[in-house]
Design a protein around this ligand. Structure first.
Ligand code: ADE
Length: 260
């Protein structure tokens, strides 16, 4: 998998991606990350890449031509027109499913905007995917591009060790991961759950599954709807919800009595 990032801040991409697991995969030749400095394709003496917007309004816009030339340099190098992701809060929201699908590409270009955005005409000409990493606004596309590259990389065969991939597959089932513990057995008075010390594998598996479901029901209930639970497990969830509702009603009543 080859990532090509069109950016005004190549050092940000390089320092982020050449470290940790992605750094290891780059060393091993499974991934490559090339940061293309858009400023190198500015056609004026001062290497200026932004200008005022037609029609007025605050802020500067990145001009079309330097972005286009930076993109063309990648096309020339790889010999085909790859998928081009433009990072923008106006895009489709990035999810695990998209990471899995994009991991099948040979090359992906990420276009990182700054200032108030990029001239629409070059976007129309080169962008294939408009992607947001969530409903909030960042100062530029570099962090979102790194988030996407990190997550896509994990889906590329060979990037994670067997141990790393076995540990984190649970998200694909729309369930959050169960809690985990390491030594010591007691820390700040908190004891590791008894079942995990028992050595009884079936009980441990059952406990972990239940904890995954519980955690998802509490923290991300909207995910749980898409999870594949058995009838018995759905019943267990209904019981919890009933209990939580009774507890919340009782505490509301307590507050009311206190105030009256
Ligand atoms: N650029 C600025 N904010 C962004 C976001 N939330 N997602 C993707 N790109 C962005």
């Amino acid at each position: 998998m080859n990532f090509h990032v069109l950016t005004l801040f190549p050092e940000m991409i390089e320092s982020g991606m050449y470290t940790s697991i992605t750094g290891r995969a780059i060393q091993a030749g499974i991934l490559s990350v090339e940061a293309v400095n858009i400023r190198d394709y500015a056609y004026n003496r001062h290497q200026k890449v932004d200008d005022y917007t037609y029609g007025g309004g605050a802020g500067m816009l990145m001009q079309a031509e330097p972005v286009y030339l930076a993109y063309e340099s990648v096309v020339e190098k790889i010999g085909h027109r790859p998928r081009v992701v433009y990072l923008t809060p106006q895009g489709q929201v990035f999810r695990q499913e998209m990471a899995r699908e994009m991991a099948k590409e040979e090359d992906i270009v990420f276009l990182c905007g700054h200032y108030e955005g990029i001239d629409e005409r070059v976007l129309e000409e080169i962008v294939t995917d408009y992607v947001s990493i969530g409903d909030y606004v960042l100062t530029g596309g570099e962090l979102p591009a790194m988030v996407m590259m990190d997550s896509i990389s994990r889906m590329v065969p060979g990037v994670l060790s067997n141990q790393e991939s076995a540990q984190t597959e649970s998200f694909s089932e729309n369930l959050l991961e169960y809690p985990q513990y390491s030594r010591p057995e007691v820390w700040h008075g908190r004891r590791v759950p008894e079942v995990l010390m028992s050595g009884h594998h079936a009980n441990i598996e059952a406990w972990r599954r239940e904890q995954s479901i519980l955690r998802t029901a509490v923290r991300r209930p909207e995910l749980l709807k898409k999870a594949n639970l058995t009838n018995k497990e759905w019943n267990m969830v209904r019981q919890w919800k009933k209990k939580w509702k009774e507890e919340s009603d009782a505490s509301d009543k307590g507050e009311k009595d206190e105030n009256s």
